[in-house]
Design a protein around this ligand. Structure first.
Ligand SMILES: C[S@@+](CC[C@H](N)C(=O)[O-])C[C@H]1O[C@@H](n2cnc3c(N)ncnc32)[C@H](O)[C@@H]1O
Length: 204
């Protein structure tokens, strides 16, 4: 499902796959998460740019995305929504091409499931945040009990068709291990097999 430069088909199908969730709980979660952000905002793994229309006026957004097929769609979305306060560049979360302490907010929505190196990505987010800054996130998690075991079993197939998405990551624990204090705004489910956490994280 991937080529040497990214995931062409995943990118092409992404908005269609998430369409009903975007019209429902996922779209609502994006609006609620992003309405209060202010200042300088860095978005990692911007995908097709689903967050772009939700940023309030007056923020400056630098959006990063390493997959060229996603990046193309993010640029098209940017033109469509006509935002001049959002810029898009190619970069992975593990090596953010920005200065230390240069952003007020880092946005990560459905990204920590897919990055190659979670601790390195979180260390980078911590590095680029100003004192008092925060990550705001929507991420799915490994479930408890039987659900977690099933996720462990189906993970390789899910990852193959999902452009590397690992559905059994313990992302809340990873944030704490990376030195963040996590504030959970909501625990919900993107699907019966996909527990979702919406919240923010500040450096300890
Ligand atoms: C499930 S999509 C989510 C896209 C978007 N954030 C959203 O909310 O719809 C995961 C995104 O993470 C990106 N990604 C994969 N590896 C990454 C990495 N190492 N650093 C940053 N983003 C990455 C993928 O290219 C993809 O765009």
């Amino acid at each position: 499902m991937s080529d040497e430069r990214g995931h062409r088909w995943f990118a092409a199908l992404y908005d269609r796959m998430t369409g009903s969730a975007e019209r429902g709980p996922l779209g609502r979660a994006r609006r609620e998460l992003l309405a209060p952000v202010s200042g300088d905002v860095l978005e990692v793994g911007a995908g097709t740019g689903a967050n772009f229309p939700q940023y309030p006026a007056g923020v400056r957004v630098v959006a990063l995305e390493p997959d060229p097929h996603m990046l193309k769609r993010a640029r098209a979305r940017l033109a469509e929504v006509g935002r001049t306060d959002v810029e898009v560049h190619a970069a992975p979360a593990e090596t953010l091409p920005v200065a230390d302490a240069s952003f007020d907010v880092v946005v990560s929505t459905l990204v920590l499931c897919t990055v190659a190196d979670v601790p390195a990505s979180l260390a980078e987010m911590r590095r680029v945040l100003r004192p008092g800054g925060r990550i705001v996130f929507i991420e799915h998690l490994r479930g408890d009990g039987a659900l977690g075991t099933i996720q462990d079993i189906v993970r390789p197939v899910w990852s193959y068709f999902g452009a590397g998405c690992q559905l059994n990551r313990r992302t809340e624990d990873a944030l704490a291990a990376a030195g963040f204090v996590v504030e959970v705004h909501e625990r919900t489910k993107a699907a019966p097999w996909l527990p979702l956490i919406i919240g923010s994280a500040t450096s300890r």
